[in-house]
Design a protein around this ligand. Structure first.
Ligand code: CMC
Length: 426
């Protein structure tokens, strides 16, 4: 709702720009009136630009607050199952008992993937990065669900969300099994979502009695919840942008996976472990810190575009980390190094002055390593969990009229010049 107007004078022309308040957070200035002003707005990195209105997730970076549909993340992570959170992201409220049973059943029914998908895996080298495989196989789902999929049909959109959330653990585990040269494991629909994922990752046909450990299962489910959504981050914005063209939603999610892969985004959890490898031992931390301060390298797993106080996901993740390491009796020098690094960074003025705190990826990498998940699978797990968020945003976009996302630019290239024949070019 527009409360009052901002005024902008450009070349002595005055523009009234409505100020719109949401339910929480900074109001926005609606700059659509600049359309005919002869100017574009310029905001590299979208630091102050809100391209959408959304009811799904709210972040207060100053307070370190994250709400999904109004529910604080710590309450969700400590009390709800990931699939309940996924339901809330999609439908707006946590499910009641009946809705929960119905939603969980629908997910269970769709965990399998078309048998032909196995052949796609065979096209990849065994040492292909599993994120490369995920971009390919999730994108390939669009070939299985295209002709009969009408994105303007609400029921079609809903089944798409169910299929994606249900199939992601299966595809993620398949990408791991393929890299190991082990046979794919079919989903076990009597298991919970997290148990089933661990089963498909770690069971083998020779050991089908594999029973996931309770502490590990709880930690896995929390990791899923803590990564479920994060409003208009780079990958979610990518899914929305791709979706704004009316593209196939499975292809849109594949685009989100590609955006997530980068080390500034979801790829950071893998980069944290690589960084620990590079540092080696606690004695090398001061020298590494000097490289960080001279901007030679970044301290991976630290800092966030929005959180300038603390990352509330990291707090829950740290508690889970302590729980898992304690319960599994893990004594890994790499994990000790991570803890030493965290302590030093939190006290160092360079980090204090810049409000750089550990983010969710710092601790998630450590937990995943303790669980026995290989580093290259870390971002795949992030993508599995973020699928509920991505598809919620895609659904929200499609539930009301929307425009194709089409930004402008500040052009600084050559001005007009005439074509020169190749033999006359310098
Ligand atoms: N290590 C060292 N210095 C840093 C770091 C870091 N991790 N992050 C930011 N800085 C410095 C940066 O050099 C700058 O210093 P100065 O003002 O002196 O030039 C200052 O802090 C502000 O940084 P920025 O680059 O303007 O911050 P940003 O909002 O553009 O970037 C970020 C946010 C997450 C990309 C960045 O902090 C980073 O690259 N962190 C490491 C990668 C990482 O852990 N990413 C996971 C983010 S959480 C999971 C997710 O949601 O994807």
């Amino acid at each position: 709702m527009a409360d009052t107007n901002a005024k902008l004078t450009v070349n002595s022309e005055e523009y009234e720009l409505p100020i719109i308040k949401g339910t929480l957070g900074r109001p926005v200035i609606d700059i659509a009136a600049l359309q005919d002003s002869g100017f574009w707005s310029y905001d590299p990195g979208f630091k102050v630009t809100a391209p959408v209105e959304s009811k799904i997730t709210y972040i207060d970076g100053g307070k370190g607050e994250l709400l999904h549909r109004g529910y604080p993340i710590d309450q969700l992570a400590n009390n709800a199952e990931y699939l309940e959170v996924a339901y809330a992201l999609i439908h707006g409220d946590l499910p009641n008992a009946e809705q929960k049973a119905d939603f969980f059943e629908k997910i269970r029914k769709h965990t399998g993937v078309h048998d032909q998908l196995r052949k796609f895996f065979e096209g990849f080298r065994r040492d292909a990065h599993p994120m490369a495989i995920m971009v390919g196989v999730v994108g390939a789902l669009s070939a299985f669900y295209h002709d009969n999929l009408d994105v303007s049909n609400e029921a079609h959109r809903e089944i798409t969300a169910i299929r994606l959330i249900a199939k992601m653990p299966t595809l993620a585990a398949m990408s791991y099994k393929y890299s190991q040269g082990e046979p794919f494991m079919y989903p076990r629909n009597d298991f919970s979502y997290a148990e089933n994922f661990l089963y498909m990752m770690f069971a083998t046909p020779a050991d089908v009695d594999y029973e996931p450990n309770d502490v590990v299962t709880r930690a896995m489910d929390k990791i899923f919840t803590l990564h479920a959504d994060h409003e208009q981050n780079a990958s979610t914005s990518t899914v929305r942008l791709a979706g704004s063209t009316g593209a196939n939603p499975y292809a849109c999610i594949a685009a989100g996976i590609a955006a997530l892969w980068g080390p500034s985004h979801g790829g950071a959890n893998e980069a944290v472990l690589e960084m620990l490898d590079e540092i080696g031992t606690v004695e090398n931390v001061p020298a590494f810190m000097e490289k960080v301060k001279s901007r030679e390298v970044k301290l991976m797993g630290f800092g966030h575009r929005v959180y300038k106080n603390f990352d509330p996901r990291a707090q829950v993740m740290k508690e889970t980390c302590d729980e898992v390491l304690g319960a599994l009796g893990i004594n890994d020098p790499k994990l000790e190094l991570a803890m030493a690094l965290e302590k030093i960074a939190l006290e160092d003025p360079f980090f204090v002055e810049r409000n750089l705190y550990p983010n969710v990826d710092f601790y998630s990498g450590i937990i995943l390593k303790a669980i026995g998940i290989p580093t290259s699978m870390f971002t795949v797990i992030f993508s599995l969990a973020r699928t509920s968020g991505w598809i919620s945003h895609w659904l929200e976009m499609h539930s009301a009229p929307f425009k194709i996302g089409r930004p402008r630019q500040l052009y600084t290239g050559e001005t007009h010049r005439d074509f020169v024949k190749v033999e006359d070019r310098k």
